[in-house]
Design a protein around this ligand. Structure first.
Ligand SMILES: Nc1nc2c(c(=O)[nH]1)N[C@H]1C(S)=C(S)[C@@H](COP(=O)(O)OP(=O)(O)OC[C@H]3O[C@@H](n4cnc5c(=O)[nH]c(N)nc54)[C@H](O)[C@@H]3O)O[C@H]1N2
Ligand SMILES: Nc1nc2c(c(=O)[nH]1)N[C@H]1C(S)=C(S)[C@@H](COP(=O)(O)OP(=O)(O)OC[C@H]3O[C@@H](n4cnc5c(=O)[nH]c(N)nc54)[C@H](O)[C@@H]3O)O[C@H]1N2
Ligand SMILES: [Mo]
Length: 771
């Protein structure tokens, strides 16, 4: 089904982020998902201490929430999950898998919530209903027949701490550390880079820091679409005249202006707050060079201050007492020329001086960053370079200052905290052995890219997905889909139908689960779950609505049943008891990590949540040197393998629209970027349009520029002349994932480099329907 959308329209958006546009967009989706207006009352329970935690982004949940502690996109996520529409057995009787493969991501998920466990039937090419008992019996049998290291246990970042703990335990009891998760595609450069630089794999900023900061830096994070509730602390900071300096190739609306849709005064008077005070349109992958330039300016200014006896610009006491590698870092900055810095960053020396000057004057600085920094071949080095800038003025480990990676999925950070990791050194293996009396596997497991490689090489034979849409989210989607079909077993635990269900293994199951917003009743009564937000706070969440169907089960129940079908009985692991009362899983989590989860059951509903201890906040550096490390990158070029002959090769940035959550497409409008009715667009600089002999509105095809034997192409994209640096083009994820070679990833974290993909453009054949 290719549902024709309204005629695509491209026109600049003049309004602020938030505001009336946001209210209108929400009303539309409430109507479309057939949610009665009274159902909107549910939104009042969103991110409240006695309510449910939003299923959208991972932004902090304040201790004193607003009456409406939700945003346009959080509300869309709630509405999308709580839709009145269902895809039950009758739907699958009507549609073959081959037919469904022609549907768009939007069309598949929009059909509603999954209601029954389903097994693929090759004879009819359909998913057929199956009982839970039969499903687990076969899945257990299939898994037991395989080498545990031939099985991948993937997690998308939404599952609760309780489910994640049980799932990781199941995988390790089976005998593998193959526990990749969505953070491998996301903030892994944070986990690797911050850990080696400051000894903490997570950010050091908490919500209160925004109240006392003097400057906020923004590198590659699109707050207006992807973490809109964060606009509230930003607006408060701006009202205190705190400057915000942004580095982003695109002029994102949420980083320019914001009207709080929940403030009647602002809505009625149509006032908005200017967000960024300086906006630097850095080239994709140019942040390393830009930050190096800023560091050069600060180092030079400090030398000058020293010479004339003025107060120093660098925090020399902090550097002497707390850091390592300062001299080498200064030598590196001295060796970098301005011509190279300007060429690589796309920014002038004056612009970088202006940013560095404000930075040099601010007492306490927060550095916010997102995928624009991490999804690069040098993503980890980019994170570490930002740390260097912060260390120069002691901006780590004091109030009002710190690093603030904005995480993606609502519990992606928490999953890592409770053992979802392919890296054995990050899991408490000895403790698990002590508690549960089994020998945990010690060898490294597959991360996301390695899982893909294993699927391509046929070494991986089974894939279990706890949420997510793996084949759509990963790079090289065409190659991956082909390889995927050779899997012996694929099992997806999901709320909604997506492409990862349709591209399936020989034996394939869809196991439908409750969403977080639904009441989850088990033996001891209604259950609560917990998660960790982007500022390392644990929160409880209680379901509020009636389950979508009697056929669905909770995630902990599904994991427990799978574990029981797969593993020999172990008297020390009471799967049934855990499912009967999730508080007992939390006890187990606390027993495994006593320092981190002290009294989780008692404190998870306290307003503001339970803070995880963060050593780097107290200037305790859990690194190899025992200090905070300055790090010298291997070079300033965005892509270490950049070939010399790059004429006509452009760097493609894959983007999220304001109408999607990852591979979940809510609709075809990207209000802030002025795109209506289509996602098949290519944002281009006017000079590139002219140089390549193209014109605005024309249809083009893209192909990846890669030194291997594979052809990677996407056709039918409409050129939009856009304010984007020359040499960069932009388009939407996941439609363009077929263009990312699997090997195009960050060297240290193996995160796919989705923000600078070398591509060539060709004139295309115009098509009738744009999507
Ligand atoms: N509504 C909504 N919310 C979401 C999501 C969603 O899809 N929809 N996804 C969730 C997830 S899983 C994640 S990880 C986060 C993602 O949230 P973000 O981290 O904001 O990720 P993106 O939207 O991919 O891109 C971020 C920004 O980086 C800029 N950028 C691209 N290349 C560069 C570069 O080289 N340098 C710099 N400085 N900037 C660059 C882009 O223009 C864009 O504005 O959001 C989470 N929240
Ligand atoms: N080119 C490019 N590729 C990217 C990115 C990019 O910026 N550019 N971003 C990357 C990033 S940051 C991420 S995080 C990944 C995202 O990768 P994933 O996390 O794998 O994908 P999602 O799209 O978030 O998964 C959506 C599906 O999750 C299921 N789901 C939703 N809610 C629940 C729930 O409560 N429980 C369960 N069990 N299932 C649920 C639904 O069936 C839905 O179809 O994609 C990555 N891929
Ligand atoms: Mo993410």
């Amino acid at each position: 089904m290719t549902k024709p959308m309204a005629e695509p329209k491209i026109e600049p958006y003049e309004g602020p982020a938030g505001g009336w546009g946001s209210a209108g967009s929400l009303a539309e989706i409430l109507t479309r998902e057939q949610i009665p207006v009274s159902g909107a009352a549910l939104l009042l329970k969103q991110n409240k201490p006695d309510g449910f935690m939003c299923t959208s982004c991972a932004w902090s949940k304040p201790a004193k929430p607003n009456t409406f502690e939700y945003c346009e996109n959080g509300a869309k996520a709630t509405v999308w999950e709580q839709t009145a529409k269902r895809v039950g057995p009758d739907f699958f009787a009507r549609h073959s898998v081959t037919e469904l493969l022609t549907w768009t991501d939007y069309a598949l998920e929009e059909k509603g919530r999954l209601t029954h466990p389903l097994r693929y039937d090759p004879a009819s090419d359909r998913y057929m209903p199956v009982t839970w008992e039969d499903a687990f019996a076969e899945i257990g049998r299939e898994l037991r027949a395989l080498d545990p290291n031939a099985v991948v246990y993937y997690t998308s970042g939404r599952a609760s701490l309780e489910t994640s703990y049980m799932y990781a335990l199941m995988a390790r009891m089976h005998g593998t550390n193959n526990l990749p998760d969505s953070s491998n595609m996301c903030h892994e450069p944070t986990s690797v880079g911050l850990k080696s630089s400051i000894g903490s794999p997570v950010g050091t900023t908490i919500l209160e820091d925004f109240e006392s900061t003097d400057l906020i830096l923004f590198f590659g994070q699109n707050v207006g679409s992807n973490a809109p509730r964060m606009l509230h602390p930003l607006q408060e900071a701006r009202k205190r005249r705190v400057p915000i300096i942004t580095f982003n190739p695109l002029r994102e609306r949420g980083l320019e202006r914001f009207t709080n849709p929940q403030s009647p005064t602002e809505m009625l008077t149509r006032t908005s707050t200017e967000i960024s005070t300086q906006y630097h349109q850095v080239k994709a992958g140019g942040d390393l060079a830009a930050i190096t330039g800023m560091c050069k300016v600060l180092i030079a200014a400090d030398r000058e201050a020293m010479e004339v006896g003025r107060p120093r610009i660098l925090d020399v006491d902090f550097i002497a007492e707390h850091t390592h590698g300062f001299r080498e870092f200064v030598a590196f900055c001295d060796s970098q020329g301005w011509a190279e810095i300007e060429a690589r960053s796309g920014l002038t020396r004056e612009a970088l001086e202006a940013a560095a000057t404000v930075y040099g004057r601010a007492r306490s600085v927060i550095a916010v960053y997102g995928m624009g920094l991490t999804q690069h071949r040098r993503g980890t080095e980019g994170v570490q370079m930002l740390v260097n800038l912060m260390l120069l003025r002691g901006n780590v480990g004091r109030p009002g200052a710190g690093l603030c990676p904005v995480r993606g999925h609502s519990n992606v950070q928490g999953q890592r905290t409770v053992g979802i990791t392919e890296k054995p050194e990050l899991a408490p293996l000895d403790k698990l052995k002590e508690l549960y009396g089994f020998e945990p596997p010690r060898e490294k497991g597959h991360n996301t890219v390695e899982a893909c490689e294993g699927i391509i090489s046929r070494d991986v034979k089974a894939f279990i997905g706890l949420g997510g849409n793996f084949v759509r989210a990963v790079p090289d989607t065409v190659r991956m889909e082909e390889a995927w079909r050779a899997l012996r077993l694929s099992v997806q635990i999901s709320t909604k139908l997506n492409r990862s269900h349709l591209v399936h293994g020989a034996v394939s199951y869809i196991l439908p689960c409750l969403g977080r917003i639904e009441v989850d009743v088990q033996a001891s009564g209604p259950q609560a779950v917990s998660m960790e937000d982007s500022t390392s706070c644990f929160h409880g969440s209680r379901g509020q609505t009636k389950p979508v169907s009697d056929g669905v089960r909770s995630e902990p129940w599904i994991v427990a049943e799978m574990a029981k079908a797969l593993l020999p009985p172990n008297p020390k692991v009471d799967w049934d008891g855990w499912v009967g009362d999730y508080a007992r899983v939390r006890d187990a989590i606390e027993a495994t990590y006593p320092d981190v989860f002290h009294d989780l059951n008692g404190r998870m509903f306290q307003p503001g949540g339970l803070h995880k201890p963060l050593a780097a906040r107290d200037r305790k550096w859990d690194t190899e040197t025992g200090k905070a490390n300055f790090t010298v990158p291997g070079g300033l070029e965005a892509d270490p393998d950049m070939r010399s002959n790059r004429r006509d090769v452009l760097d493609l940035i894959t983007l999220r629209s304001n109408d999607q959550f990852n591979t979940t497409v809510y609709g075809y409008d990207d209000r802030f970027r002025g795109v209506k009715g289509t996602r098949m667009v290519l944002f281009m600089n006017v000079n590139d349009v002219e140089r390549l002999g193209l014109s605005d509105g024309e249809t083009v095809d893209l192909s990846a520029e890669a030194d291997d034997e594979f052809v990677r192409e996407v056709s039918g994209l409409r050129v939009i002349q856009y304010n984007i640096p020359e040499g960069n083009v932009g388009g939407y994820y996941p439609e363009l994932n077929a263009l990312i070679p699997l090997w195009h990833y960050d060297a240290q974290a193996m995160t796919p480099a989705a923000k600078a993909i070398p591509v060539r453009i060709r004139k295309g054949t115009p098509i009738a329907v744009a999507d």
